[in-house]
Write a protein that binds this ligand. Structure first.
Ligand code: FE
Length: 404
């Protein structure tokens, strides 16, 4: 099963929490069963256990934790052997997606904590050589028109913050065909970007000064003309044409000011990803594709998802996944910061998992598109991810728009 897992409390807590979430919403909420572990809610209910004390709880050991997960799964399988009604199905789908999110989060925990690469990728965890496809410069032109921002019932399982699609007017815009690369970000660093006040928002400059940032968090100082970064336990030369990753929103915003560009808002991002031109009027068609490339499911040729390449690939890779406007990698490879604040759409109502969206409105920025460790269930074009603008530990990069 790949390299040895070095489980310490933060990871052990997270694994137990995933099992608890499954149990809570399916066996207990849907089927009315009593808790399997009496103190489970005190250990693993993320809504009630403060983050700072999670790592000091009296958790079951590794065997006990995996035993608990196996127990939950066996009971779910018993239940699923019969028919499952739509209401029950919703909660199973929710619990699976919650697990998907934590699988991805465990990947960036490994980076944060300098652990081994995720299991199954081999010791180096390197992207396959075939993915070293090079750069993909230039902009795609997207005509103006009415866009229906948000998800629809046809999208299947959707989270409360995506409901529902609503019309929004878009002016014509130009958006990069690919995310910003390591080489492009290095030019900003080498040009003194981190030390130039004019490139930073007030909050961004505060952040930069507080942590004394001079380059992206995992980058090492340039040596012998080479940029390198820590990757899990090792230091590796940066791939020039891979997208920059582990940059926060402030850094993305500062790069834009330096380059004379801007971040897309989430309506622009979505229209560029799954919109299409109307040939006769050169307006943006209101119809949405299921994926940038059409209705067919994701494959590694279309999108770097689900650990397909074990890490980020060059921005010219996955050409079969281009959108109607010629944007590449809108889905997969790296999450993309947008200019948009994470806010509810009009008519928002919280779904049963009330703490999923509502507590975070107004304090986070929206990211779209999914990264290489994101499951295809999560990385639908309509999925709105959200983090505070100072978070540089997630698999996030960005793509930009022309100022016009
Ligand atoms: Fe969780």
């Amino acid at each position: 099963m790949g390299p040895r897992l070095d489980i310490v409390n933060p990871v052990l807590w997270e694994i137990g929490h995933v099992g608890w979430f499954h149990e809570y919403w399916t066996l207990r909420h849907v089927h009315g069963r009593a808790p399997l572990i009496e103190r489970g809610d005190r250990l693993w209910d993320s809504s009630n256990v403060p983050h700072a004390t999670r790592w000091q709880l009296d958790l079951p050991d590794r065997a006990g934790t995996f035993g608990y997960l196996a127990d939950v799964l066996a009971r779910q399988e018993d239940r699923l052997a019969g028919s499952v009604d739509e209401d029950a199905r919703y909660f199973y789908e929710l619990a699976i997606r919650h697990e998907d999110m934590h699988v991805e989060a465990l990947t960036y925990s490994r980076q944060t904590l300098s652990y081994a690469p995720p299991g199954g990728l081999g010791e180096a965890g390197r992207p396959e050589a075939g993915a070293l496809a090079g750069s993909w410069p230039g902009d795609a032109a997207v005509p103006g028109g009415t866009w229906r921002l948000g998800s629809t019932a046809a999208d299947g399982f959707v989270f409360d913050n995506e409901k529902w699609a609503h019309e929004t007017a878009l002016a014509p815009f130009r958006i990069a065909r690919a995310p910003v690369t390591n080489a492009e970000f290095a030019a900003f660093v080498e040009d003194g970007g981190y030390g130039t006040r004019a490139f930073w928002s007030d909050a961004g400059w505060d952040w930069r000064q507080r942590c004394n940032a001079e380059r992206p968090v995992y980058w090492l100082p340039k040596r012998d003309g080479v940029w390198a970064a820590r990757r899990y336990r090792d230091v590796e030369e940066l791939a020039p044409h891979a997208p920059v990753v582990f940059v926060n929103w402030f850094e993305a915003d500062a790069w834009c000011r330096w380059a004379g560009r801007r971040l897309p808002n989430e309506a622009e991002w979505e229209a560029a990803a799954i919109g299409a031109p109307t040939p006769d009027t050169a307006r943006l068609a209101a119809g949405r594709r299921r994926w940038p490339w059409g209705d067919a499911p994701p494959t590694a040729a279309r999108a770097n998802l689900d650990f397909a390449f074990g890490g980020p690939v060059d921005v010219a890779a996955c050409a079969a996944g281009d959108s109607a406007f010629g944007c590449r990698q809108m889905i997969g490879n790296v999450w993309e910061w947008t200019a948009s604040d994470f806010l509810p759409f009009a008519g928002f109502a919280a779904d049963p998992y009330k703490d999923y969206s509502q507590p975070w409105f107004g304090t986070r920025k929206v990211l779209r598109g999914g990264g290489w460790a994101t499951s295809a269930r999560i990385a639908r074009p309509g999925y709105r991810n959200f983090f505070t603008p100072d978070r540089a530990d997630v698999l996030a990069g960005f793509r930009t728009c022309a100022l016009l």
